[in-house]
Design a protein around this ligand. Sequence first.
Ligand code: HEC
Ligand code: HEC
Length: 155
Amino acid sequence: MKQTWKTSIAVLASVACWALGGTALAQDGPVSMRGADVSAADKAPEAKKYLGGKPGGQEKVARTYQGQPPVIPHAVENFNEISLEENQCLSCHGKDVYEKKKAPKIGDSHFRDRDGKVLPNASAARYNCDQCHVPQVDAPPLVSNSFKGDIADKK
Ligand code: HEC
Ligand code: HEC
């Protein structure tokens, strides 16, 4: 008798849980982590202004780890045409002009092929500069993190 009593309580409890749980689920529905329905178009994030002004007008941004492409410390509006005929980045950073333009020369790694062999001219694989180099924006990280660079103190 005692056993049956316990069993009925357990059954009753689980039925209650199921009913309550069911109601809660029906009320809230699944919630997407983005906060919007999956089928809704993504909202464009707020547009931020790039920090840089004229080249040479501000401090370089410290690199944080080895092998990092340095971020562009200057504005890129009007400086970033990269086409078959023209590469404005190279018109200041190219190896034949950088001294005259008082701009840093493109990195040593840009003069190597993929096997590490030194090339007389910059590798075509480095032609599309903004594939790796991006301008700076003062924005909080999208996801908070505790990343610590390995060269931040040295540069
Ligand atoms: C009018 C000349 C000019 C043009 C065009 C130009 N830059 Fe620069 N750039 C400079 C000068 C001068 C500096 C160094 C002074 C400074 O920090 O602004 C510099 C700095 C940089 C640096 C920082 C290097 C470091 O060691 O931190 C990067 C990266 C860079 N430029 C990339 C680019 C890219 C990519 C483009 C094309 C979208 C570009 N630049 C177009 C003149 C130019
Ligand atoms: C595939 C990625 C990639 C591309 C494309 C690329 N870079 Fe770089 N860049 C890097 C990395 C990584 C470094 C740091 C290592 C080095 O100095 O070679 C660097 C370094 C630099 C530096 C700093 C050099 C120094 O002496 O400190 C400048 C300036 C630069 N790049 C300009 C350019 C320009 C201009 C272009 C386009 C013509 C370009 N880069 C294309 C990845 C890239």
